[in-house]
Design a protein around this ligand. Structure first.
Ligand code: NAP
Length: 298
């Protein structure tokens, strides 16, 4: 039996673990993949206070070591469900863990483009992680689809490796930061393809080209070896719908106090309904959710 079980070892979950342990609570963190969450794919974090430049992986490792050092237990198993009650049972494929409070900090996963052949071409031209796979496209031609900060930062990263980088965005304005847009515009090997969508993938075992349709319906092909999909993320709450209210987009409904409709179940980070999804708001949520859980346990 644990005082607090945290589902998800991203910045929100690991910060909650730090706060829980500092309050003397027993803490178990369950994580389906590796610690760190989405931030480990960011090569250079420039907007987290105290570190002018740090890789997302290094930052996540520091938070992980801090939480472990304080005595949080980490187990790498995917949570498949939660049974609510005075004691909460957190279920994985292998085990059932009991806790007095639960914090859901599962974050989000990559949104698919939804184009035919996308799934089959993952690892053969289609990727969702520029920092993981960018090196395979050294001196090759790639496209990034999306207009948010992830797409812009991916394009900037790829521009250092690839011969040519196209950014395909469905509107005439980017959603991401103007600073990054300006940096991209300075790159000679970056071409912006605005008001356009990727509507098809052309492949012979590997990706050869993408079909692009502009907002007026004109269709063209761009020869690329790689397509990096960066069209946002979807919250990972599907296994918790029985204990937490979800909004139309699948985000867990909870206010700034991170409380859900189930007493003793809290939600922290990108899987919560909120306006600003940033590293700093994820860690802030972790602190708030743990503090609320500690109050609940008192
Ligand atoms: P995002 O901000 O939600 O942007 C997603 C982009 O994909 C949007 O430009 C959207 O177009 C486009 N899009 C969505 N669905 C599409 C579809 N089916 N087909 C084509 N395009 C589609 O997602 P994100 O870039 O992953 O960023 C998520 C959050 O993390 C944001 O708050 C972002 O600021 C933050 N982030 C911050 C940093 C940083 O601060 N260093 C780095 C990375 C991410 P529309 O614009 O037309 O909606």
């Amino acid at each position: 039996m644990y005082d607090i079980i945290i589902v998800g070892a991203g910045p929100a979950g690991m910060t909650a673990a730090i706060y829980g342990r500092r309050a003397g609570k027993s803490v178990l963190v369950l994580e389906a993949a590796s610690y760190g969450g989405q931030i480990i794919n960011t090569p250079d974090v420039e907007n987290y206070p105290s570190a002018a430049h740090i890789s997302g992986f290094d930052l996540a490792t520091q938070i992980y070591e801090q939480a472990k050092g304080l005595g949080a237990e980490f187990v790498f198993e995917k949570v498949t469900g939660i049974e609510d009650g005075q004691i909460k049972t957190v279920v994985t494929a292998k085990n059932r863990y009991e806790g007095r409070a639960v914090i859901l900090a599962t974050g989000s996963e990559n949104r698919k483009l939804g184009v035919e052949g996308e799934d089959e071409l993952v690892g053969r031209g289609v990727s969702y992680c520029a920092t993981c796979d960018g090196a395979f496209y050294r001196k090759k031609r790639v496209a990034v689809v999306g207009g948010g900060n992830t797409a812009l930062e991916d394009a900037l990263y790829l521009a250092d490796l690839a011969e040519k980088v196209y950014i395909i965005h469905r509107r005439d304005q980017f959603r991401g930061d103007e600073t990054t847009v300006s940096r991209l515009k300075e790159r000679e090997n970056v071409e912006l393809v605005m008001n356009s969508r990727v509507t098809g993938l052309v492949a012979e075992k590997k990706l050869k080209a993408i079909e692009v349709t502009d907002n007026e319906g004109n269709v063209s092909q761009i020869e690329v070896n790689g397509l990096f999909v960066a069209v946002g993320r979807v919250p990972e709450n599907q296994n918790f719908a029985s204990v937490v209210e979800l909004d139309g987009a699948g985000y867990a409904v909870a206010g700034e106090n991170c409380r859900t409709r189930s007493a003793g179940i809290f939600v922290a980070g990108d899987n919560r309904v909120k306006d600003v999804r940033q590293l700093v708001t994820a860690t802030a949520d972790g602190a708030v959710a743990a503090t609320e859980a500690i109050k609940y346990l008192a």
